[in-house]
Ligand binder design. Structure first.
Ligand code: AMP
Length: 279
């Protein structure tokens, strides 16, 4: 496994690879969700590249960039065990050297939901993912449905800019109690960790109503709100039932949709999502 810090090392590696390249962009502090993406990439490609880069551009000024968990040595051991070929773990200055000023803006799709709560977030995501695609040149790139709006944004990005990469979206990996695996789960206090599974339980409850035939989007949102109102440690940021292609809020669920939420547990902000008839 080659561990590269420099763009030119990745390009040199890429020049010698034969067959398809699968790419998994991450911010590190790897968990079972990341490893599921890596395994899928391993199965479907001749070579697998993983990036580990905590991207400052996608964090707001008062967010957790500085305290975001990092453990490169542990991540490298895990990726070695998955037979990854290349790990790209650049420093911030390698990606954003002095004078860097270009940004990729996906428009309104990136201004809703996560984009509304975290202004500039998807501009940061789209910019770094575009740059990573230009560096790695993958045939396929793997993203998790936990970050459902991110999947939709990245698909729009590669379609709009005609970037020749197939975006593969992978189902969310969960802990046994239903909580979506997330690097941020380590922030949770024991009490917060105990109630955190309510997030998925609320989504699964609303999805069951949809499976039983409920099509009024507000009924589904309200079902999530009511379930989470029972948990004083959880403060809901938003709950959404949105068109799976545009992320526009729906009135009637008459097409593939994404049911998603963001919530605060103390100072930790978690997101989760389920699909209603999409993919
Ligand atoms: P992150 O390191 O949080 O930027 O995540 C890197 C990639 O892993 C993104 O495509 C995420 O959507 C994906 N991911 C994170 N958590 C999970 C999970 N629990 N299940 C599946 N994919 C995930």
């Amino acid at each position: 496994m080659l561990v590269a810090e420099r763009i030119e090392q990745v390009r040199a590696w890429r020049g010698h690879v034969t067959g398809s390249v699968g790419f998994v962009p991450t911010m590190g502090y790897l968990h079972a969700g990341h490893l599921e993406l890596v395994r899928r990439a391993r199965r479907e490609n001749n070579a697998v590249a993983v990036s580990i880069f905590v991207n400052p551009l996608q964090f707001g000024p008062h967010e957790d960039f500085e305290r975001y968990p990092r453990d490169l040595q542990r991540d490298l051991r895990l990726l070695q065990d998955e037979q990854v070929d290349l790990v790209f773990a650049p420093r911030v200055a390698e990606i954003y050297p002095p004078g860097f000023s270009t940004a990729v803006d996906v428009g309104p799709i990136g201004e809703r939901l996560e984009g509304a709560s975290r202004p500039g977030h998807f501009r940061g995501v789209a910019t770094v993912v575009t740059k990573l695609f230009m560096i790695v040149g993958p045939h396929r790139a793997y993203f998790g449905w936990k970050d459902a709006q991110q999947v939709v944004v990245i698909r729009k990005l590669v379609a709009d800019l005609a970037i020749p990469v197939e975006i593969v979206a992978v189902p969310t990996v969960r802990e046994e109690d239903g909580l979506a695996c997330s690097s941020r789960n380590v922030y949770l206090s024991p009490e917060e960790r105990r109630v955190a599974p309510a997030l998925y339980a609320a989504l699964a409850h609303a999805r069951a109503l949809w499976q039983e035939g409920a099509r009024d989007a507000e009924t589904l949102r309200q079902a999530v709100r009511a379930r989470l109102a029972e948990e004083p440690l959880i403060r809901l940021d938003y709950v959404s039932v949105a068109d799976a292609g545009t992320m526009e809020e729906l009135v009637v669920v008459d097409r593939p949709a994404i049911l998603s939420l963001a919530a605060w547990l103390g100072t930790t902000r978690l997101i989760d999502a389920v699909l209603l008839g999409a993919e």
